[in-house]
Design a protein around this ligand. Structure first.
Ligand SMILES: [Ca+2]
Ligand SMILES: [Ca+2]
Ligand SMILES: [Ca+2]
Ligand SMILES: [Ca+2]
Length: 239
């Protein structure tokens, strides 16, 4: 059922009349919560997080590898020893990241600190029962993360970490738009900024990982619009 969120949202956008105004550039990172915090989906002690931690965006996620359907915070400044390939930047750039795909001279160098990343969690460990996963670990069996926007956006780019020996795709949905951009198979600890520009109003961005990986940031333009119908009312239909 989670898999339908993007499509439902994109259909709803057709019902809203938009009058374009100005545009504002947004760099959406995931700063704030501590590592292991559930942003969206299943909490380790039961119940779920609504995905609304970051203003203007609702996050959804699903796990295709048998782990929990939980989108969580991964601290790329302090990666656990089993996931040094999600560290940013790479050790060649004086960071904690380890992997040839992120090194100096690689096609997709991991060259700056991205701090908090979003991943879909692989294990259920919460030994201290505080609803924060104790050991963040990106699901190796594949996953999906959806970003639903409160108002349509003009995407510029998305940054992914550690797409190696696997596939990752970025689907843009909005009104009649459905564009899919594939990530490069860029090597261990790689960082890639995927160009999403020129695609117009987008209601939802879906990232599909065939294996492990993380989202570091989204960059997009927000059109300050006058809604002829209530976008908020329509969104309520999908919550
Ligand atoms: Ca815990
Ligand atoms: Ca992992
Ligand atoms: Ca890796
Ligand atoms: Ca990977």
């Amino acid at each position: 059922m989670k898999a339908r969120y993007c499509m439902q949202y994109a259909m709803a956008i057709a019902l809203v009349g938009i009058t374009a105004g100005g545009a504002q550039a947004v760099t959406q990172d995931f700063a704030g919560p501590v590592a292991g915090t559930v942003i969206a989906g299943a909490l380790p002690q039961g119940g779920s997080a609504p995905g609304t931690y970051f203003p203007g965006i609702t996050v959804f996620g699903s796990n295709n590898g048998g782990g929990p359907h939980s989108v969580i915070i991964f601290d790329s400044n302090n990666p656990p020893s089993h996931d040094l390939d999600l560290g940013t930047p790479n050790q060649d750039f004086a960071g904690p990241g380890v992997g040839v795909g992120g090194e100096i001279g690689a096609p997709y160098p991991n060259d700056v600190a991205h701090n908090n990343l979003l991943i879909v969690q692989e294990n259920n460990v919460d030994a201290d029962n505080n609803d924060i996963y104790d050991d963040p670990d990106d699901e190796a069996g594949g996953s999906v993360i959806d970003f639903l926007f409160d108002s349509p956006v003009d995407p510029t780019s998305i940054t992914l970490i550690d797409i190696d020996n696997e596939t990752a795709s970025v689907a843009l949905d909005g009104d009649t738009l459905n564009v899919v951009v594939n990530a490069a198979d860029a090597g261990d600890n790689s960082k890639q900024d995927i160009d999403l520009s020129g695609n117009g109003g987008v209601a939802c961005i879906r990232v599909t990982f065939s294996s492990s990986g993380a989202v570091a940031q989204l960059v997009y333009g927000v059109t300050t619009a006058t809604e002829n119908a209530s976008w908020g009312d329509i969104k309520q239909l999908f919550r």
